[in-house]
Design a protein around this ligand. Structure first.
Ligand SMILES: [Zn+2]
Length: 179
């Protein structure tokens, strides 16, 4: 479980794709090694060992700036995000469990697994397309930019563990705490 949001030295989340949040034990290691400042604490969550006790940090800020690559990794979830969790054949909404990655040009005909040949598809369309290669996606797949994906990611709910996260993530007030 990601308990602690990690903010870069510039005040922005280290990453939104995926969200830079770490389990509390890892956050305490950052504290122990003096690699972060704690910005927010869980008020009533205290952890203890034999020799110490501490409140659990909800948000930490790295002391040293972690350089961003600015690139976008080709991954299932980033493909779904580019396509805004919609099947590119029929427009049906999908989620991580129901979505599939479909090769526009089938692998059997030399199709590659990359940004320009993979689209999000619901499984009925994926199956149907295997038999009818004439099916065309609603737009040609492309490599998205980092900020495009960040913008699309912000339209989806985050698993907000602590109220203060919404502010650090630059989200609007009404955020549902489910994922
Ligand atoms: Zn579909």
């Amino acid at each position: 479980m990601a308990d602690t949001l990690v903010i870069n030295a510039d005040g922005q989340p280290v990453s939104l794709l995926p969200l830079s949040a770490v389990p509390w034990k890892e956050a305490i290691l950052y504290m122990y090694h003096d690699k972060c400042d704690v910005l927010e604490w869980y008020d009533d969550w205290i952890v203890r060992s034999v020799s110490w006790e501490t409140k659990v940090p909800a948000v930490i800020m790295l002391k040293q700036y972690l350089r961003r690559t600015g690139g976008v990794r080709f991954s299932k979830s980033n493909v779904y995000l580019r396509d805004q969790y919609k099947c590119l054949y029929c427009g049906t909404g999908v989620n991580n469990a129901s979505a599939t990655m479909d090769h526009v040009l089938p692998v059997s005909r030399g199709g590659k697994t990359n940004w320009t040949n993979i689209v999000t598809a619901c499984s009925p369309c994926n199956t149907r397309k295997a038999h009818h290669s004439v099916m065309k996606p609603r737009y040609a797949p492309y490599k998205p930019g980092y900020y495009e994906l960040v913008r699309k990611r912000k339209q989806l709910p985050f698993n907000i563990r602590h109220d203060s996260w919404a502010q650090w993530l630059g989200l609007d007030e009404e955020i549902t705490a489910s994922e």
